[in-house]
Design a protein around this ligand. Structure first.
Ligand code: GLN
Length: 408
């Protein structure tokens, strides 16, 4: 099996690089999450690593995409997104959050939340600026910061409830801080930031003149009465928030690559410039289908959250039975687990054994931390899978740690 690489390299290694490898890419390797998918495919392991559904996308949505292609929506849409799609997005935010958005000046359709995040950072952050990021973090945010030339200041989320220390957060802000990145509901922890927490963060943003860039891609996937609150709706944050979102998770179409960024007109102007030259635009027929998606009744979203709650309960139950300590999520579709009960030296060794001996792929916890030691006894599983996939994985999990030679 190919060695699993760590993501962040020391600066010294970054300077010792081939002539045709830019400084800006030298500090990171490929995505560990996506590498796990390749390893799962190569070895026939059940893939509970990369977060994408293995069940079909909704029939109405596939039909809408087919119809759009037949109706010849096959050329570029306007670079910042087809107007009817932007209007549908605005209507969705009015319905769910009472937000009054101008689709002409405050919404940019882009190629997934991944582009939305990097375009937002490139548009607003200069080399040498600092951005605050909660740790553990979704692994894209580290390369995003390197590509933008920004330095990250990390603030710890502490298990089991993934709370943060307000004093530590305040100390992370300085005159050099340009933005804070917040992912709620959170990948990988499943934390849903509370109104009190978001208010505290928003007050710091206003005190230090900082932007809040929020990744809200799991907004509709919340459990046990938890409520998702967009930072942009909080007092004083309407003009200093950049909201990044996508169709991927809400409509189970991670491969469509259709996302959007919401921000006040001056911020949107900057983001559109980057977006235009990075990608021109997201797939035109899929934006048309997006109109049908955003127009779904409330029942669609209630059903989505209910469906995932059932899958969460199943996976948490099975992982616990297999010897994992679970941190049950309040949102998103991942379970972070503590693997210290298995006696492995680190998360990479554990995941190797999990793939090779049990036939299940997951993501090593250190992928979500700068210092691998902090995640060395954690592993992330996703449950956005068919029940039969989850049950197959559950059966295989009974073999976890069954090859003692691999233990330390
Ligand atoms: N967000 C998903 C995850 O964390 C997929 C990441 C990706 O490959 N874009 O697994």
């Amino acid at each position: 099996m190919t060695p699993i690489k760590t993501q962040v390299r020391p600066l010294a290694a970054a300077d010792d690089r081939p002539r045709f490898r830019s400084r800006r890419i030298a500090r990171f390797t490929e995505s560990v999450i996506r590498e796990m998918t390749r390893l799962a495919l190569a070895s026939g392991a059940v893939n509970l690593a990369q977060g994408f559904p293995d069940f079909p996308a909704p029939a109405f949505l596939k039909e809408a995409a087919r119809e759009a292609i037949s109706a010849d929506f096959n050329q570029y849409a306007i670079t910042w997104g087809a107007r009817p799609f932007r209007e549908a997005i605005a209507a969705g935010y009015a319905r769910f959050y009472g937000l009054d958005l101008d689709p002409e000046r405050e919404i940019t359709v882009c190629c997934g939340a991944t582009e939305g995040m990097i375009a937002s950072l490139l548009a607003t952050v200069d080399p040498g600026d600092e951005i605050v990021v909660f740790e553990p973090f979704y692994e894209n945010y580290a390369p995003d910061a390197y590509l933008a030339g920004a330095t990250r200041r990390l603030v710890s989320l502490h298990p089991p409830d993934w709370t943060f220390d307000p004093g530590e957060l305040r100390r992370a802000f300085s005159p050099r801080t340009k933005a804070i990145v917040i992912n709620t509901p959170n990948n990988p922890t499943g934390k849903v930031f509370s109104r009190e927490e978001l208010t505290l963060i928003g007050e710091l943003c206003q005190e230090f003149d900082v932007l809040a860039i929020t990744d809200e891609i799991y907004e509709h996937i919340v459990y046990d009465g938890a409520a998702h609150i967009p930072m942009i709706t909080l007092p004083g944050m309407r003009r200093r928030s950049i909201l990044v979102n996508s169709m991927s998770k809400t409509y189970s179409v991670t491969g469509w690559r259709v996302g959007w960024v919401i921000a006040a007109p001056d911020l949107t102007d900057s983001i559109r410039k980057v977006h235009d030259f990075l990608t021109v635009g997201a797939a035109a027929p899929l934006q048309q289908a997006g109109i049908a998606a955003l127009s779904q009744p409330d029942a669609y979203y209630e059903n989505l959250a209910r469906e995932y709650a059932g899958r969460r309960d199943l996976l948490v139950h099975e992982l616990t039975a297999a010897g994992f300590r679970c941190f049950p999520p309040n949102g998103a579709y991942y379970v972070m687990t503590d693997i210290s009960g298995f006696g492995f030296e680190n998360d990479f060794q554990f995941v190797r054994s999990l793939i090779d001996d049990a036939g299940v792929a997951a993501v090593p916890g250190s992928s979500f931390f700068d210092d691998p030691a902090k995640g060395s006894q954690m592993v992330r599983f996703c449950f956005c899978k068919k029940y039969e996939t989850l049950r197959e994985a559950a059966g295989r999990l009974q073999n976890v740690g069954s090859a003692p030679a691999r233990r330390k």
